[in-house]
Design a protein around this ligand. Sequence first.
Ligand SMILES: [Zn+2]
Length: 296
Amino acid sequence: MTDLPARRLLLVHAHPDDESINNGATMARYAAEGAQVTLVTCTRGEEGEVVPPSLAHLAPDRDDRLGPHRVGELAAAMRELGVTDHRFLGGPGRFRDSGMMGVPQNHREGSFYGTPVDEAAAHLVDIVREVRPQVLVTYDPDGGYGHPDHIQAHRVAVRAAELAADPAYRPDAGTPHAIAKVYWNRVPRSVAEEGFAALRAATGVTFPGIADIGDVPGVVDDALVTTEIDGTAYADRKIAALCAHATQISVQDRFFALSNHLGQPVFVREYYQLVHGPSGAPDGERETDLFAGVEA
Ligand SMILES: [Zn+2]
């Protein structure tokens, strides 16, 4: 294991595009700094709505070819961010997008949400024991906004972290590894409010409407946010990665819209809540490095 880079970051996401929206600047920054950045995406996002009319035929109620197409979009996004280690949990297509909460796809055979947590977590344990990350980034228990696959991604990430560290769990499957720090994706409410104010004031931005702050995953009171990563130097890379997810996202200037066509800000400072492990910040201040306080 001596050939692993000194700093190793693992991100667990539900669908292609979630990583670029939540963590694009963080991923680009740590990759550029030489850290090992590993992205695990749990589904191919087969149930997403398709933004460009020219690609509408990919949709699940037509050709059902959105999953393979989004594998290509994710690969293009990772090229923009400089991230070379991206994997699908259990391999591409192993777990299927479960759709929005309450639809029949939630419990279809093979859906990620309908898969027992330990069954899905076993695949992630293999990756944790191989990559040996000091830092894990995922969603809060509500998945940031209640999407079934995001909720399940949280559960699977937390369970895999627990199992990977347990010497009694599948002792044949790699050396146990305890992850030093675990973070949830967050957006401080004041930052979200400023971002929407900037969008309302922007000229030349032509989204047909503006999203609500409640549509942004992970918005919380500022006091809950422990960590702020300045990704302003990587803003262009984050924008380019968002553009790579063309079936899901349209970008104008420093703003983007999902399939509802409602504008929202692109955040190039990205925020986190430390929920496990040592804080590397002085009392009352935010961390500025996910690896703060971690021994390399
Ligand atoms: Zn998602």
